[in-house]
Design a protein around this ligand. Structure first.
Ligand code: ADP
Ligand code: MG
Length: 223
C-alpha cells in the first residue's frame, strides 16, 4: 500500500453566488500515513474550507482527492459517508458534545450505525474513555466537566472507530494554555500509535509542535 494517506491533485473549491468566492486554489499536496501536520493562516483564508474537503464533508469544484488509496471524487454520497465514518475522526473548537447525555453515551454515539454489537461498542467506548484519562467521569454530563475534559471526551469519541486520520479545527481555541498543552500531549501520544493528524490552529505554540506546518493565505496552501 502507498505511503500516502492523502493525495491532492489540483484541488480547488469555489462557492457560487452573486459574487463567486474561490476559497481554495489549485492545491497539490501529499500527506503521509501517520503524519502530524498543522495548518495556520488568517481568518477567511480557507482553512475550514480545506478541512471540510479533507473530511469529505464537502466536495471540491475541481481536482482529485485520494484518501487511504480511494479516489473520492467519483464516490456517491453513501460511499463518501461510509469512508468518512471508517477513516476519519473529527475534533472541533466547541467540542460538539450532547449536553444531556453522559460521557459514555456521547462516546458511544460515534458507532451508533456501525453495525457493531452494543456490548462490544460499550467495551470499546470504555477503553477509549480510559485512554483519554476520564475513567472516573463516564457517568458525568458535559456541562459538569472542564473545557479540557470535554475536549478529551471528543477525542475519545474520535478514536472509537480506529480512524487513520483525525481532523481538528481549532481544537484548543476554547482552552487555556496548560489545558491546551495536555490535549496536544494526548494528540501526540495517539499520533505515535499511528493516527495521522491535520490540525487547524491560530495558536503559534500549538502549530510549532508539529513536524510539518502548512500555511494558507488567500486560498493558496504553502509549504
Ligand atoms: P477560515 O476557516 O480560514 O477562516 P473559511 O474556509 O471559512 O476560512 O472561508 C474562506 C472563504 O470562503 C471566505 O471568504 C468565506 O467567506 C468563504 N466561504 C466559506 N464557506 C462558504 C460558503 N458555504 N458559501 C460561500 N462562501 C463561503
Ligand atoms: Mg475556520
Amino acid at each position: 500500500m502507498s505511503d500516502a494517506l492523502i493525495e491532492l491533485r489540483e484541488l480547488s473549491k469555489t462557492f457560487d453566488g452573486p459574487s463567486a468566492v474561490t476559497a481554495l486554489r489549485t492545491t497539490s499536496l501529499r500527506i503521509d500515513r501517520g503524519a502530524y501536520v498543522t495548518i495556520t493562516g488568517p481568518s477567511g483564508s480557507g482553512k475550514s474550507t480545506f478541512l471540510n474537503l479533507l473530511g469529505l464533508l464537502d466536495r471540491p469544484t475541481t481536482g482529485e482527492y485520494v484518501l487511504d488509496g480511494t479516489e473520492t471524487s467519483t464516490l456517491t454520497e453513501d460511499e463518501r459517508a461510509h469512508l468518512r465514518a471508517r477513516s476519519i475522526g473529527f475534533i472541533f473548537q466547541s467540542f460538539h458534545l450532547l449536553a444531556d447525555r453522559t460521557v459514555l453515551e456521547n462516546v458511544l454515539l460515534a458507532t451508533l450505525y456501525s453495525g457493531v454489537p452494543r456490548g462490544e461498542r460499550i467495551e470499546r467506548a470504555m477503553a477509549a474513555i480510559e485512554k483519554v484519562g476520564l475513567g472516573h467521569r463516564v457517568a458525568f454530563r458535559p456541562p459538569t466537566l472542564s473545557g479540557g475534559e470535554r475536549q478529551r471526551v471528543a477525542v475519545a469519541r474520535a478514536i472509537m472507530t480506529s480512524p487513520k486520520l483525525i481532523l481538528a479545527d481549532e481544537p484548543t481555541g476554547n482552552l487555556d494554555e496548560k489545558t491546551s498543552d495536555q490535549v496536544m500531549d494526548l494528540f501526540e501520544e495517539l499520533n505515535s500509535e499511528g493516527i495521522g493528524f491535520v490540525i487547524i490552529t491560530h495558536d503559534a505554540h500549538v502549530a510549532d509542535r508539529a513536524r510539518r506546518v502548512l500555511r494558507i493565505v488567500d486560498g493558496t496552501v504553502h509549504g
